[in-house]
Design a protein around this ligand. Structure first.
Ligand code: NAG
Ligand code: NAG
Ligand code: NAG
Ligand code: NAG
Ligand code: NAG
Ligand code: NAG
Length: 435
């Protein structure tokens, strides 16, 4: 009787554990990628002591041929079992989506030295160990979007010099993880949309020098310091839609920036120099509060900005592409609120526009003159300094010449004295010789 119970308990346990903790692969050839495993993980309690991955290889294939792991919607696990990378050492791509992973520990990808792409989309990851990616120097793409991350260990990307794409959107970050990004020398594409990042500081972006695509929409940003984008010399697309911006300053010198999204903020003021030194030809302004914008200058970038701002109120028509064209100065200025269709108004407005245009050119000239004056002053100070230094040097040379003369005099006096002594000596010797 007792043995019977023991046997059935044993059978029960092995059955339950067998069901509730297993790894298996359905192997197949994935188009364009190569030999792949369609992985089923059943591991709700987060065990990490797997000894076997069941499943039959296609003929002629072995574990070392597996390049790609795709996830399987039947899976559930709270960790990434390290046995996967121990088994398939040549994996270049791992996709473990939507399977309840909570924690990425330091052994999870330790044995995947060839890993180039890792996709952990839509799990419940709130914790990543500092050394989780230590052995994945070749990692180029990392998807961690739609998880529960509010922070990262400071050195988590220490070996990710080759990472190009990092998607961290729809997590719980409340501040911009600036330090963590410092090693990412090749990072090109960063997505942080849908986090709760309110504060952007003056140096938030200083570690993103190679970034081309920066996505910060829906992050509750209220203000951006002036010149905050100054480090992003490669920036090409910037998205700031669905934030709480009230003001946007000039973007500064970003020649490679071609697209900026600013729709659905609370913009009331837009710096008329916003896109002056950029290559922006595509932007969105819909869904803002922008009343009373008056941009009078008719340079190409200002005219472009003006035409974009016409759509500020239009929530349902947010995407516009504008070609940079020579502005047509004969038509009325659309954003100059006083300018409408009556002929007289038109002419007055045009005159006002012209006047404003001249005024702003005058201002430009004045500031250039100011600049020249201050440069001249600097140069004058330099010349004065050099003259002073020159005089000091001349005095020093005089001093040295004087010292040299002194020494020469002393030297001749000494020689003279020596000569006298020698003569004395000779006369003494000759007087002795006489004796
Ligand atoms: C992976 O396995 C699951 C479950 O067996 C199956 O539904 C799915 O179609 C498989 N996917 C591929 C790409 O073979
Ligand atoms: C990885 O694959 C290459 C060929 O693609 C092979 O030469 C090498 O032995 C494999 N590595 C391992 C650990 O099997
Ligand atoms: C972020 O903004 C909040 C509210 O404006 C402020 O209290 C906090 O000090 C700021 N944090 C940083 C790091 O600047
Ligand atoms: C700007 O774009 C050009 C053309 O695509 C490219 O050659 C150049 O390297 C880019 N500049 C920077 C700083 O990325
Ligand atoms: C044109 O502007 C004048 C003065 O600002 C205003 O009184 C008038 O109603 C405007 N007309 C139209 C058609 O908007
Ligand atoms: C003159 O030049 C020296 C050396 O470059 C510098 O240390 C000094 O500050 C300068 N003085 C003035 C008044 O510019």
């Amino acid at each position: 009787m007792k043995t019977g119970i023991k046997v059935s308990v044993f059978i029960f346990l092995t059955t339950v554990c067998g069901i509730y903790s297993q790894l298996s692969c359905t192997y197949y050839d994935k188009q364009y990628y190569g030999y792949a495993c369609n992985l089923t993980i059943t591991n709700p309690t987060g065990l990490n002591n797997f000894k076997r991955i069941s499943g039959r290889h296609l003929s002629g294939k072995t574990n070392n041929d597996v390049k790609y792991i795709t996830s399987n919607s039947a899976s559930f696990t709270t960790i990434v079992p390290s046995f996967i990378c121990k088994t398939f050492k040549n994996l270049t791509s791992i996709e473990l989506r939507s399977m309840g992973i909570q924690h990425v520990d330091e052994n999870a990808f330790k044995d995947c030295h060839e890993l180039q792409a890792l996709d952990l989309y839509n799990n419940k990851i709130s914790r990543i160990d500092e050394k989780a990616f230590e052995n994945n120097q070749g990692l180029a793409t990392l998807y961690l979007y739609q998880n529960q991350l509010s922070e990262l260990p400071e050195n988590v990307f220490l070996n990710q010099q080759n990472l190009i794409t990092l998607w961290l959107d729809n997590n719980y970050f409340t501040s911009f993880p600036k330090k963590e990004f410092a090693p990412l020398k090749s990072l090109n594409n960063l997505d942080l949309r849908g986090n709760r990042i309110r504060n952007i500081t003056d140096d938030s972006f200083e570690n993103l020098k190679s970034i081309k695509y920066l996505y910060l929409q829906s992050t509750q940003i209220e203000e951006l310091p002036k010149n905050v984008f100054r480090h992003l010399k490669s920036l090409s697309t910037l998205s700031l839609s669905y934030n709480k911006l009230k003001v946007i300053h000039s973007l500064g010198f970003l020649p490679n920036l071609t697209e900026i999204e600013l729709s659905d903020n609370q913009l009331q003021a837009v710096d008329e120099k916003l896109i002056d030194n950029t290559g922006v030809n595509r932007f969105s302004f819909g869904g803002n509060l922008c009343a009373n914008f008056v941009i009078t200058d008719n340079s190409a970038s200002r005219a472009l900005l003006r035409s974009g701002l016409q759509n500020c109120f239009n929530k349902y028509n947010q995407e516009f592409a504008y070609e940079t064209t020579t502005p047509d100065t004969t038509t009325e200025s659309p954003s100059n609120s006083g300018c409408n269709s009556t002929n007289l108004n038109k002419r007055i407005c045009k005159l006002e526009d012209d006047n404003d245009g001249f005024n702003s050119k005058l201002e430009d000239l004045q500031s250039q003159i100011q600049y020249l004056i201050s440069t001249t002053e600097d140069l004058e100070a330099d010349v004065e300094n050099l003259t002073e230094q020159n005089q000091e040097l001349a005095e020093e040379i005089d001093k040295i010449i004087g010292e040299k003369q002194d020494l020469e005099e002393k030297f001749s006096a000494a020689i003279e004295e020596l000569r006298d002594q020698v003569e004395e000596l000779f006369s003494f010797i000759s007087s002795r010789g006489d004796i």
